[in-house]
Design a protein around this ligand. Structure first.
Ligand SMILES: [Fe+2]
Ligand SMILES: [Fe+2]
Ligand SMILES: [Fe+2]
Ligand SMILES: [Fe+2]
Length: 398
């Protein structure tokens, strides 16, 4: 049965407690857990990271909210820690990167299919094909640096083939800002979808900006710089879907509702019993946050939260392979680009985007260099070619 946001009150704020041991518990297993467990951990880290980021921005602009925000923000910080510390230490940054792109592809594919507004759905399909290409380019880098098969991490749920080529994803900033939904007319699910995807993309961007300079391989350094730039475009694109006329408290209410919705979705699909307990506990914590902010919304704006929130949560985000959907979108929409807020065939791109792309790619394209000659085949690390070029003999396979 769907969860009733107004009846379920969750755990009150003063009973939401953590210890250092609780925050840094045993991790999931890189190899034994399902790849979608990693996807959920990656997404929920992004959702919590957005809640902290939003909370700081809001505190800087709203004197009367500063204390309430500080109280809840401490919990969000520790939720993010517990979730992010579930990543195992033997999962290296490039493997985590493969997980980030898989998250972007599969979660955006689910959102695109559940989005009732055709323009918003088109925007999600558009961005999804770009992250799909990133998975292919990073897989090529993984093969180049380790000789390993990326399915070691992504477990064959997601195809490893080119999408809309990264070299063509660079657009002028004015071709990345989209039309926002209308806060009065949009379905609640449209508001939650936009928040989920912008949270994921913002975290991907932050992650690449942090780990990119840690690589010694020059191609890896360039590839992270290039793809981080696209993730910044994606943040610009997805945040522009949210109506800027929502009040700060209204936005806060939506953030808490989205956290509830996302933990509820994770709980629905989780196969790892430890994580299942975490998702249940945090679902209850978020219901506590939501009811706290509902009170503020009533008190400060004199409005009924039911104007903004759905009574029951929508269908959960689908943590499953979307291979057929992604293939169809790739066939039908790979050739699209964006011009202003609209989507157009690549032949009709704006002059400013063509000029920008030519300039930024004028000394070569890292994504093309990283993937030159790369074609994924099952068991790449055990292939004849790998032996022939000596990657196995050199002991690069551990
Ligand atoms: Fe949270
Ligand atoms: Fe990406
Ligand atoms: Fe992205
Ligand atoms: Fe929260």
């Amino acid at each position: 049965m769907a969860l009733d946001l107004f009846k379920e009150k969750g755990v009150p704020l003063d009973r939401q407690k953590f210890t250092w041991k609780d925050l840094t518990r045993r991790t999931f297993s890189k190899l034994d857990d399902d790849a979608f467990t990693r996807v959920r951990v990656i997404l929920m880290n992004g959702i919590e990271s957005e809640s902290v980021r939003f909370s700081h921005a809001c505190a800087r602009m709203n004197r009367e909210l500063r204390e309430s925000l500080a109280l809840i923000r401490r919990v969000e910080q520790h939720q993010q820690t517990l979730v992010n510390w579930m990543n195992p230490p033997n999962q290296n940054p490039l493997e985590t990167t493969l997980g980030y792109e898989q998250t972007a592809i599969e979660v955006t594919a689910s959102v695109a299919q559940h989005e009732p507004d055709p323009y918003l759905a088109q925007t999600y399909r558009f961005g999804m094909l770009e992250d799909f290409d990133h998975l292919y380019r990073y897989s090529a880098l993984y093969d180049r640096l380790t000789g390993r098969d990326p399915n070691y991490i992504i477990q064959s749920y997601t195809d490893i083939i080119p999408g809309r080529p990264t070299v063509l994803e660079h657009r002028h900033p004015l071709d990345d800002v989209r039309r926002s939904y209308d806060k009065r007319a949009a379905d609640a699910i449209s508001k939650l979808n936009a928040l989920t995807i912008v949270s994921a993309e913002n975290q991907v961007h932050t992650y690449y900006m942090n780990i990119g300079p840690m690589f010694t391989d020059p191609v890896a350094r360039m590839l992270y710089a290039e793809i981080a730039s696209i993730e910044e475009q994606h943040v610009t694109q997805y945040e522009s879907l949210c109506d800027p006329d929502e009040s700060w408290v209204e936005k806060w209410l939506l953030h808490e509702a989205n956290e509830v919705y996302n933990y509820y979705s994770c709980l629905h699909y989780e196969s790892n019993p430890v994580l299942k307990d975490v998702w249940q506990r945090f679902l209850d914590y978020e219901l506590g946050h939501l009811h706290y902010v509902m009170g503020l919304f009533q008190q400060l704006e004199g409005r009924d939260p039911a104007e903004v929130l759905p009574r029951e949560l929508p269908e959960p985000i689908g943590y499953d392979t979307h291979r057929e959907f992604v293939r169809k979108v790739l066939r039908d929409e790979e050739g699209l680009s964006a011009k202003g807020t609209g989507f157009v065939p690549r032949a009709e791109e704006h002059e400013r985007t063509l000029r920008y792309r030519e300039m930024i790619n004028s000394e070569g394209s890292p994504s093309d260099i990283a993937s030159a000659g790369y074609r994924w085949r099952p068991g790449t690390e055990l292939s004849d070619e790998a032996e022939r070029v000596g990657t196995v003999a050199e002991g690069r396979i551990q």
